[in-house]
Design a protein around this ligand. Structure first.
Ligand code: ADP
Length: 156
């Protein structure tokens, strides 16, 4: 009836309004293997991000190929796909004012050697490839990447 239509409309409106304030992250296989899930989540939540969705999961090779499709022509693509599908990851959607940019600041530069002191990659990454965490680079990609891993019912 009209109730359900209105509920769906309201839910979509809420998602659209909040969209600029959400980002998508993965704790990558290296950081999971090295036992850093707890410390990384602690730093994320202590920095003011609210967890909107979260799960421990593993990408298949095909999932990783699709997720990183924009990098298909880069020389490290094969290595990246192999790495990202080799073990479990923690996937999560995070909410905060200015989430995308603030989260990129929190994780630091792609290469941990260039990452600022105190950033998650500086503390937990092992190399430019195995760099502990992912963070979306735009609001649009945050939406696409979040939807890649989560259904609407898994976002809170
Ligand atoms: P970021 O994740 O910081 O946005 P990019 O979008 O450039 O960085 O690259 C995506 C991911 O590909 C990186 O996080 C890293 O895991 C991997 N990567 C980037 N550059 C290299 C490289 N030179 N060699 C191996 N892996 C790389």
């Amino acid at each position: 009836g009209n109730g359900i239509v209105l509920t769906i409309f309201a839910a979509k409106l809420k998602i659209d309004i909040m969209a600029g304030n959400r980002t998508f992250t993965m704790i990558k296989p290296d950081a999971v293997e090295n036992g850093h899930i707890g410390a990384i989540l602690e730093q994320i939540t202590a920095s003011g991000f609210r967890i909107v969705a979260m799960k421990l999961t593993q990408m298949t090779r095909r999932d990783a190929e699709k997720f990183y499709e924009v990098h298909a022509e880069r020389p490290f693509y094969g290595e990246l796909v192999e790495f990202m599908s080799r073990g479990p990851i923690v996937a999560a959607i995070l909410e905060k004012e200015n989430a995308v940019e603030d989260f990129r600041t929190l994780i630091g530069a792609t290469n941990p050697e260039d990452a600022a002191e105190g950033t998650i990659r500086k503390k937990y990454a092992t190399s430019v490839g195995e760099n502990a965490v992912h963070g979306s680079d735009s609001d649009e990609n945050a939406k696409i990447e979040g939807a890649f891993h989560f259904s609407g019912r898994e976002m809170f």
